[in-house]
Design a binder for this molecule. Sequence first.
Ligand code: ZN
Length: 148
Amino acid sequence: MELKELYQEIILDHAKNPRNKGKCNDYNHEAKAHNPLCGDKVHIYLNLGEDKNIKGLSFEGEGCAISLASASILTDILKGKDLNFTKKVTNDFLNMLKTKSKITLNSLSEDQVTTINSLSGVQEFPMRIKCATMVWHTFLSALEKKNN
Ligand code: ZN
């Protein structure tokens, strides 16, 4: 199978069966965003523990396949990880789309790297980049916004 096809399959799988959809238990941070160009909406819920681990992470949203897949992939990979790690992955992801590179993180498994790289295809479609990046920016705002 060509890499392009594999990437497409990963995106469709996540868009059709999004992981971590709904409100996670005991969330203490949240943020939402809306992309009027495409109609995508996303709302991130997260539970940041006192040990600085992301104990819970989920999303609600609607929109195009890219936006749903990106939200599903983000929650799948960052859930359960520590704060610094999640910030690093997020920055690397945003950088990947900005610089048209691919992600190569030592701290991620090979499967996770392939999954994140599946979204690199939007580099060719500037109008769609926001569909992929919005949820990652929303995740960063959620980290800043405590909700008690
Ligand atoms: Zn979109």
